[in-house]
Design a protein around this ligand. Structure first.
Ligand code: HGY
Ligand code: MN
Ligand code: MN
Length: 415
């Protein structure tokens, strides 16, 4: 720890306060079927931002929404030093958990409160950010908010949500502006480092009985959307050998995408999460299928080869079965490494607190990997019970959440 901060070695997060703030968000998108449905750029995500703005005001912090809809919380009297940004996202997948992303924002806010209350003289100005629409569940631009601060958002003007409604409306409701999202980009040199704490979402830490993961690299991801076009015909009168059934071909493509990852091992993971057959009637041969492929790997060369293999197989299936298959790559996120000096700060923080830690790989995506284009990044993990996430059962023991916040705090002191 820098000598000037030695008097702060005993600082701790207020765990009771942090957990209460976290629970305050449970109402924003609580799903009657269980879990949380707080999709990006919906009123539920707006409510979460509003709630945190009230909390920030109550503790004397200032907050604003940038032009991309990101919530930014600062001390009332900011210095002109470069920022140490800490945060994550508030949006969820449909029926997700209460912690994915949200925990990272709430832990960062707790750290900012402690640093402010104790007037800790940091080298950098601590700032909390809640990035908008990380999941991309409703507005299919995952990492929207972090792409905006990194100045990497593709042209946003034509973006529509899954119901075809232009994003401009929801963005304006959130406090941003589609015509000014480029103003959300962080000025070069204005951010010294970005720290994100997150639940692991996998089984490693729990199995090892270790409370802290120090992420060394984050997975890369490619998303492809397919349209399979066959012929819509009568399900009873059309002979089985005279059909162009889009769903039957799509089913073969689903299995091919699994095989590329599972059997051919061209990439670490391959998933089809969207499969819509139209017109969706028991007595009509599906004429159109819309489906997604999502592939991940830590090596971008491998990921590109896996993508090429899937696209080639789609074309082969189209030829063999006489249907049309159109594909569109809608997202490519780069695999990244975290910054070693920040990893060292996390390890020292954990050591200072008497905690064991493990180097970890992240198979989940995080806003940090987008921010990595403009600032050094680090990611801290806490254990996920059963390794479950993107599901209502997602859970981390409260004491582990508080422990993680203390590691974030003591990492911030060492940056
Ligand atoms: O999908 C992901 O990896 C992230 O949780 N959004
Ligand atoms: Mn997630
Ligand atoms: Mn997340």
């Amino acid at each position: 720890m820098p000598a000037g901060l030695a008097g702060h070695a005993g600082l701790r997060a207020d765990g009771v306060r942090m957990l209460a703030t976290l629970r305050g968000l449970d109402d924003c998108g609580a799903d009657p079927r269980g879990g949380v449905t707080r999709l990006g750029f919906t009123p539920e995500e707006d409510a979460a931002r509003d709630y945190l703005r009230r909390v920030a005001a109550e503790c004397g912090l200032t907050s604003e929404i940038d032009q991309a809809g990101n919530l930014v919380i600062r001390r009332a009297h900011v210095s002109d030093r470069p920022a140490l940004v800490m945060g994550s996202h508030l949006d969820t997948v449909p029926r997700g958990g209460t912690l994915d992303g949200t925990y990272g924002v709430i832990a960062a806010l707790e750290v900012l409160r402690v640093l402010t209350e104790h007037q800790v003289p940091l080298a950098y100005e601590p700032v909390v950010v809640a990035f908008a629409n990380e999941e991309g569940a409703h507005v299919p631009v995952p990492f929207w908010g972090s792409l905006a601060v990194a100045g990497r958002l593709p042209d946003p003007t034509g973006v529509v949500d899954r119901n075809g409604v232009p994003l401009s409306e929801a963005l304006a409701r959130a406090g941003g502006s589609i015509d000014a999202v480029d103003r959300a980009a962080w000025a070069p040199g204005s951010v010294a480092a970005y720290l994100e704490i997150h639940i692991e979402q996998g089984p490693v830490l729990e199995a090892a009985g270790v409370p802290i993961g120090v992420v060394d690299a984050i997975v890369g991801r490619t998303i492809v959307e397919f349209e399979v076009t066959g012929r819509q015909m009568h399900a009873g009168t059309t002979p089985m050998n005279q059909r162009w059934d889009a769903l039957v071909v799509a089913a073969r493509l689903v299995l091919a995408i699994e095989a590329v990852a599972k059997d051919d091992k061209l990439c670490a993971a391959g998933t089809v999460g969207i499969l819509d057959a139209l017109p969706g009637q028991t007595n009509v041969i599906p004429g159109l299928v819309r489906m997604s492929a999502e592939i991940r790997d830590g090596d971008m060369d491998r990921l590109r080869k896996a993508e090429a293999a899937i696209l080639a197989e789609a074309q082969r299936l189209a030829g063999v079965h006489g249907v049309g298959i159109e594909s569109r790559v809608t997202m490519r996120s780069e695999a990244v490494s975290t910054a070693e000096p920040l990893r060292e700060a996390i390890r020292r923080a954990a050591g200072h607190l008497g905690l064991a830690y493990l180097p970890m790989y992240s198979g989940a995506g995080h806003d940090a990997q987008i921010v990595a284009a403009v600032a050094p990044i680090a990611v801290i993990f806490v254990p996920s019970v059963g390794g479950v996430s993107h599901a209502p059962e997602e859970y981390t023991a409260p004491e582990d959440l508080v422990t993680g916040a203390n590691v974030l705090l003591h990492t911030a002191l060492r940056v």
